[in-house]
Design a binder for this molecule. Structure first.
Ligand code: ADP
Ligand code: MG
Length: 365
């Protein structure tokens, strides 16, 4: 008679097999690529992870998807959500307790706005809505009247009106209406990249419609990112990014409003209440997505004669500007890094050194 075989060794074999399977699933695979796309912040966000096991990479992209979708909902400028609640409280002249993440983003926004001398100002949501950009589709109809715009300018909403004490937010000016569109993608991709790093992902790219954060490399070579040509289909230049670098571009060629043949960009000059014109594209290479995003918006507002000063004040050094008449201007730090995307640049690239003044005092509070 044969005795039944003990159960323990059988279980041990199963456990060893399971451990081996899990180890195989976790082992990095140099050639493996996982891609995922998500529609948030009014654009397609592409995530690509290289060199991880499929199980691990898919878990990471799923977690990022949840993170980005939650931020999109919380920070939406015109749909109901956490930011909408705060805007309603501000309009009523009341303080509101927000979640720590939103309080931190507002602190960052206030500092960046202060550094930019108010050219980047997420408190001008009322003006952005007035121009019709608080909608999923391009605005139609007539532009706002001079009177409407003057009323907003008279109310002078600005980010420095915000008081943020811990997580309690209020505004000394009820005309403040927050719209984080000028830097939300940067903040969100910075958080997403940090989450990837924390979960041990070594090589990834996050691309929100040309605003890009990278980690590690693309196999044996660096991640190479193109800067779109604002006038024709194609790229004006490309940059090979190092791990931890970001490249952000603000332009008035994607979201705009057309009336009687005239184009109105979705970047508004808080000083005049009118959309910017002379600069059609600003690219900023940096290591901080929030700052790069805000600076790209601010430099478009600053215009061709003042952008270098504002770049220096915001602490960014690598900038490429394209003006409405097609001129390309780069700072020396950007010139060192850009390569033609094809045979050559579309035209000569003028070099503009940055003035040395640095960040203005009193912007850290
Ligand atoms: P893109 O979305 O093309 O990358 P931006 O980063 O410049 O461009 O963001 C444009 C958005 O920023 C607008 O849709 C609006 O929500 C907001 N915005 C417009 N003008 C300003 C400004 N002067 N300061 C801060 N935010 C702005
Ligand atoms: Mg921006």
């Amino acid at each position: 008679m044969t005795r039944p075989r003990p159960l323990i060794p059988a279980l041990a074999v199963v456990a060893i097999c399971a451990a081996l399977f899990l180890a195989a699933a976790r082992a990095p695979r140099p050639d493996h690529v996982t891609r995922e796309t998500l529609y948030v912040f009014g654009t397609l966000v592409e995530m690509e992870i290289r060199g991880e096991s499929p199980a691990r990479a898919e878990a990471a992209t799923a977690a990022l998807g949840r993170l980005l979708q939650a931020l999109h909902d919380d920070w939406h400028a015109w749909r109901p959500g956490a930011l909408g609640d705060l805007n309603a409280a501000i309009a009523r002249g009341e303080a509101l307790t927000v979640d720590p993440g939103l309080a931190e983003v507002l602190r960052t926004g206030r500092r960046l706005s202060c550094d930019s001398g108010g050219l980047f100002d997420p408190a001008i949501g009322g003006l952005i809505g007035l121009w019709g950009f608080h909608a999923d589709t391009a605005p139609t109809g007539a532009p706002p009247t001079r009177g409407d715009i003057a009323a907003h300018l008279d109310a002078r909403p600005r980010m420095t009106d915000l008081r943020i004490e811990g997580t309690v937010v209020s505004s000394s000016n009820p005309a403040v209406q927050l719209d984080l569109g000028g830097f939300a993608k940067g903040v969100a991709l910075d958080l997403a990249a940090a989450e990837l790093r924390a979960s041990g992902i070594a090589n990834a790219v996050l691309n929100a419609g040309g605003d890009v954060n990278v980690i590690g490399t693309h196999g044996k070579r660096p991640w190479r990112v193109a800067i779109r040509d604002p006038f024709v289909w194609g790229a004006v230049a490309a940059v090979s990014l190092r791990s931890g670098e970001v490249l952000y571009t603000s332009g008035n060629y994607e979201r705009y409003f057309e009336d009687q043949g005239e184009r109105f960009a979705h970047i508004i000059d808080p000083r005049t209440g009118y959309p910017v014109r002379e600069i059609v594209s600003v690219s900023v290479l940096d290591t901080d997505g929030a700052r790069a995003d805000a600076a790209a918006t601010a430099l478009a507002v600053a215009g061709p004669t003042d952008w270098a000063r504002v770049a220096s004040a915001m602490g960014v050094s690598a900038v490429l500007i394209i003006t409405e008449d097609g001129r390309l201007v780069a700072t020396p730090a950007m010139m060192d890094r850009i390569e033609p995307a094809g045979q050559d640049f579309p035209g000569p690239v003028a070099i503009m050194p940055l003035p040395p003044q640095g960040r203005p005092p009193g912007c850290d509070g």
